[in-house]
Design a protein. Structure first.
Length: 81
């Protein structure tokens, strides 16, 4: 945070200068182990980034939630590979 703040204060606004490590997640496979309160919140936040979203849980989410966020369900984590 501090280095980025200094870049902006100095008149620079090149996003590449502000971040030392950045990842473009568009098109990447992203997943969570479990889709409870926290896991589902992570998946919802990742949805706008056009990722392939996956989750593994003992209990499957409702199909309307899976469709809304374009989620792929895996019953066992070993299948995710």
């Amino acid at each position: 945070y501090i280095p980025s703040h200094e870049v902006v204060k100095g008149g620079g606004w090149n996003i590449a200068d502000c971040v030392q490590r950045a990842y473009d997640v568009e098109g990447m496979k992203v997943g969570t182990v479990a889709a409870g309160r926290i896991g589902l919140a992570v998946l919802k936040r990742m949805h706008p980034f056009d990722c392939h979203l996956n989750y593994c849980d003992r209990h499957r989410l409702p199909l309307d939630i899976e469709k809304k966020y374009n989620l792929t369900y895996w019953g066992k984590c070993a299948q995710c590979g």
